[in-house]
Design a protein around this ligand. Structure first.
Ligand code: NAI
Ligand code: COI
Ligand code: MG
Length: 365
């Protein structure tokens, strides 16, 4: 049995996670994966029901899980809460030791027409952002008085080393290039970042390292995205750059992510937020949540099943099924149902192949 905790969260979170979980449920039944799901309160909905965004029971369930699926949290409704929903998310990432956030993005041929960039600029762009997730300014001390406020940004060498290793290892399986993004012309943390990444790079002679300032990177992402393979960066820069990157491929609704770290359960969530303006309308794009489910299957060692789901998702987009963020009129649930339809197709073809291989093996024995 594989125990998956589902945290639907707020806004469009429940709508998109429902589609991802429905895909996984079908896949699990067909391939006998033994996935078992349990839902828990998290974010604004947990503030309403329990007075805080990350109740102890939810945290305990996550700690005991094999993987955690999250929708998104937050919304203006909780602006004045003692602890905001987003604070619960930071705490969950920290408690689970999830220091590495992997955010892959590709410009799919099927969606080239919705990329805001000219095809000669964006065609074939394929980038992995490796974002440090449990340190930096989001985790530093905060102070706030009537006329002044401060947020402290700090990094240790060890925190930079471990995330740098993740990026270099990923690049070894991709196109062998890491662009480390910082603001080392100004920030002390960035100077340490650059020095440490340069040192770590020596252990990966087959991977090219370049350094780039974050302001320049924001510009190059939209003028020449194909020059990037793996982008390695700190927490806040990675948060901002990944939203920018998502638009190159058509919509923020497309991107999934995996947060992993110290060997416990990973957290799998789309990169977008709770999009309160479109919540409850059944129009959100669930592709990012489904892409996160694909990453979860890979992380659980179920890569074959992950590839089937990825293929069903890509076929759905190829067929022209699109939610409104991509200029289409499919609803969130219609898009999810189409992915499942294509998944059934992939499953029956993979079943036929399995039978054929078994027959071949029999013939060759
Ligand atoms: N991981 C998380 O739980 C995150 C939570 N948030 C929270 O979400 C709330 C809203 O934040 P925003 O800045 O508005 O960011 P957002 O990502 O929720 O929305 C930005 C824009 O993208 C659109 N959008 C987002 N996801 C979409 C989808 N799946 N399909 C179609 N359109 C989509 C929204 O309608 C909006 O126009 C805030 O409370 C914020 O703190 C923001 C980012 C991540
Ligand atoms: C609470 C925020 C840091 C969430 C967010 O924007 C993200 O992780 O992308
Ligand atoms: Mg973000």
């Amino acid at each position: 049995m594989i125990n998956i905790v589902v945290l639907p969260g707020d806004g469009i979170g429940p709508e998109v996670t429902a589609q991802a979980v429905a895909c996984l449920t079908e896949l699990s039944a067909e391939r006998d994966l033994g996935l078992r799901f349990s839902e828990h309160d998290f974010g604004g909905v947990a503030i309403d029901r329990h007075g805080l965004p990350l109740p102890e029971a939810t945290l305990e369930a996550c700690r005991n899980a094999d993987a955690v699926i999250l929708g998104a949290v937050g919304g203006d409704k909780w602006n004045d809460a003692a602890e905001r929903p987003e604070a619960g998310l930071l705490k969950l990432r920290e408690e689970l030791g999830l220091f590495a956030n992997l955010r892959p993005a590709r410009v799919l041929e099927a969606l080239q027409d919705v990329s805001p960039l000219r095809p000669d600029i964006s065609k074939g762009a394929d980038i992995l952002i490796v974002r440090e997730l449990t340190s930096g300014i989001y985790f530093g001390e905060r102070s706030s008085a009537h006329d002044a406020a401060s947020d402290v940004c700090s990094y240790t060498r060890e925190e930079i080393e471990r995330i740098a290793h993740v990026a270099f290892r990923a690049a070894e399986h991709r196109r062998h290039k890491v662009t480390s993004v910082d603001k080392a012309n100004v920030l002390a943390t960035s100077k340490l970042w650059r020095e440490t990444v340069t040192e770590v790079a020596k252990s990966y002679p087959g991977v090219e390292l370049e350094h780039m300032y974050v302001d320049a990177c924001a510009m190059v992402l939209i003028t020449n995205p194909r020059r990037f393979d793996v982008i390695l960066t700190e927490n806040m820069f990675g948060d901002i750059l990944s939203d920018e990157l998502s638009v190159i491929g058509g919509s923020i609704g497309l991107l999934g992510s995996a947060s992993v770290g110290s060997g416990g359960p990973g957290l799998f969530e789309p990169i977008h937020g709770s999009a309160p303006q479109i919540a409850g309308l059944n129009v959100a794009n669930p592709a990012g949540a489904i892409a996160s489910a694909v990453m979860m299957l890979e992380e659980l060692g179920l890569g074959d099943s992950g590839r089937l789901l990825a293929s069903a998702l890509e076929t759905t987009l190829l067929e022209g099924c699109r939610t409104s963020d991509l200029g289409g009129d499919a609803s969130c649930s219609e898009f999810g149902e189409q992915v499942r339809e294509n998944l059934r197709d992939c499953l029956s073809r993979s079943g036929a192949y399995r039978e054929l291989f078994a027959m071949n093996r029999g013939l060759c024995a």
